[in-house]
Design a protein around this ligand. Structure first.
Ligand SMILES: *Cc1c(COP(=O)(O)O)cnc(C)c1O
Length: 229
């Protein structure tokens, strides 16, 4: 099991390096986050032993229980990539190092208010909806600058950039081009907010070609997710 995990991780990392070279980019400028959702905490520990230092979770309850189970591992960052509810902001803030999915002022305000004197500043990204369906997560591209300005005004949060999931019915590179445009607009608000969180198992090479700095890769590394009823 761990042999296969090591092989898949090495294979994905080789593909990341290839895609970076093809785009004339330094692979060292790309952070590979391993999405461990639905898998047990033991998988996080196995990944850590293989050198992984960034993991991603998309549900608050799972994030909370897994961080408690794994405990503190030196240098391990937990990225929250799912829909956040304002009334769970405290739990997210307690467990996450980075929140990728800030898509409205209310959740930004709740994450800010959840900070404790000792908690320091929370790194956040503004999630952009690249689909035509307002029901999907993310602020519409038109709302990105307004939300970025709002986040920039909150002392407990540090705006780092933008995040998105590619639509299913569109060439991913085209969608990621719109995300790159949103990133440029966000950088007019906070100049160094240059993170672009994009690219999953199916589309990370395209995301790299469009400037992604943070990849969120699950099944290509972890294998198929256990099903949840
Ligand atoms: C599950 C998930 C991923 C990873 O998906 P894979 O296709 O398994 O790589 C990335 N981003 C988000 C927001 C997710 O929920």
């Amino acid at each position: 099991m761990d042999d296969q995990l090591a092989e898949r991780l090495a294979d994905v990392d080789a593909r990341i390096a290839d895609a970076a070279r093809a785009a004339n980019r330094d692979p060292a400028g790309i952070t590979r986050i391993v999405v461990t959702k639905f898998h047990p905490a033991s998988l996080v520990e196995a990944l850590y032993a293989l050198g992984v230092r960034d993991v991603g979770e998309n549900r608050q309850q799972e994030l909370t229980s897994k961080t408690a189970e794994v405990g503190s591992l030196d240098g391990l960052s937990w990225h929250f990539i799912g829909q956040a509810q304002s009334n769970k902001a405290r739990a997210v803030r307690d467990a996450a190092s980075v929140v990728h999915s800030v898509d409205r002022g209310r959740i930004a305000g709740a994450l800010d208010a959840a900070g404790q004197p000792q908690s320091g500043v929370l790194d956040v990204l503004v999630q952009v909806n690249l689909t035509d369906d307002p029901g999907r997560g993310g602020v519409s591209p038109d709302g990105v600058v307004g939300l970025a300005e709002h986040v920039a005004g909150l002392a407990g949060l540090r705006l780092r950039g933008v995040m998105a999931v590619a639509p299913l019915d569109e060439e991913p590179a085209r969608a990621f081009e719109r995300l790159a445009a949103a990133s440029a607009r966000v950088r007019t608000v906070v100049a160094d907010s240059d993170w672009i969180s994009a690219g999953m198992t199916a589309d990370f090479p395209e995301a790299i070609s469009m400037g992604a700095t943070h990849l969120r890769i699950g099944s290509a590394i972890t294998g198929p997710r256990p099903t949840r009823g």
